[in-house]
Design a protein around this ligand. Structure first.
Ligand SMILES: Nc1ncnc2c1ncn2[C@@H]1O[C@H](COP(=O)(O)OP(=O)(O)O)[C@@H](O)[C@H]1O
Ligand SMILES: [Mg+2]
Length: 289
């Protein structure tokens, strides 16, 4: 059996090149406050990959996506081992569009900080008097540039996203920018409504799109996982303060309560975190992982 090396190793995911296709593997690694913890969260990778699969299936009529298979029988032999089962997705290789398509349904995080300063988020003026974590009258599209490794992504206005895409794809900037915005908002509305009906608020999320060999815009990357989104429990939601994360709250609380820790969680905190990931999957899909 040939041993394969990822062409890219992110904090949590590994990408393998497979000719015309890619294999994206969500590992069991977990990051909190931008640091990778020493613990692995058993089953997290599988939950994330299967959750992306669920959303790709749910929205395939709205927008085509890159998913080909999550069955390792469709992948090279190397992937048919414990470390990859359930965690790997075979995907069409796309030419990625260099914009992170962020959509916010609630005001929190950097959006809240920006609103407090000048009443706007990414150049969009919001109504006065919003409180922290409040639901926005309408979801807003707030794109950012996809930074080179090491740089931070930079928020841009919709108009800047037109110019930015125009530079890379002359004659296509306006068309691509509008399409990314419209697809992002449509996907978010459908999926956030669905999630809310199952007890989970998707406060915001990020999508990435690319072009297939015919120049069609296709949804790529991961989709609506707790790693690319903010999931909040709906039953305790209350505007006016920050909200607990659905999945990472036990881990974050422990890390904050134990300053000077070496980024290793005690096993009971890991177990509680695993249970939250599994619960999120079961709530959303109605199935056990
Ligand atoms: N279908 C695809 N074809 C080509 N590249 C893709 C596809 N889906 C996602 N990608 C890219 O794969 C990379 C995944 O890397 P990731 O681990 O998320 O790290 P980062 O986001 O920091 O680059 C991203 O650069 C993403 O744009
Ligand atoms: Mg990424």
């Amino acid at each position: 059996m040939e041993i394969l090396k990822p062409v890219k190793e992110g904090k949590v995911r590994e990408i393998y090149d497979n000719g015309d296709t890619l294999i994206m593997v969500a590992t069991d690694r977990i990051s909190c406050f931008d640091v990778i913890l020493h613990n692995t969260v058993t089953n997290k990778g599988k939950v994330l990959t299967q959750m992306s699969k669920f959303w790709f299936d749910l929205t395939k009529d709205l927008v085509p996506n890159h998913m080909l298979s999550v069955d390792t029988a469709d992948m090279p032999e190397y992937f048919r081992q414990e470390a990859f089962e359930g965690k790997s997705m075979l995907c069409r290789k796309l030419e990625m569009l260099p914009v992170e398509c962020i959509v916010r349904g609630y005001i929190t995080g950097s959006g809240w900080a920006s609103y407090c300063k000048d009443g706007t988020v990414c150049g969009i003026r919001l109504p006065e008097g919003l409180s922290e974590s409040e639901k926005l009258p309408e979801p807003i599209y707030t794109p950012s540039t996809k930074a080179e490794i090491g740089d931070h992504d930079e928020n841009i206005s919709f108009e800047q996203s037109v110019d930015y895409l125009e530079k890379r794809f002359p004659g296509k900037g306006a068309e691509y920018a509008a399409r990314l915005r419209d697809l992002t908002l449509a996907l978010y509305k459908k999926c956030a409504d669905y999630a809310l009906s199952r007890g989970i608020i998707i406060a915001d999320t990020k999508f990435e799109f690319g072009l297939d060999e015919n120049g069609n815009i296709v949804l790529g990357d991961e989709m609506l996982t707790p790693d690319s989104s903010r999931f909040w429990p709906a039953d305790t939601y209350e505007a006016g303060h920050s909200q607990p994360s659905f999945d990472k709250q036990f881990a974050r609380d422990w890390l904050k309560a134990n300053p000077g820790n070496d980024w290793t969680l005690p096993q009971d905190i890991v177990d509680k975190t695993i249970a939250k990931y599994e619960q999120a999957y079961e709530l959303l899909t109605g199935k056990e992982i």
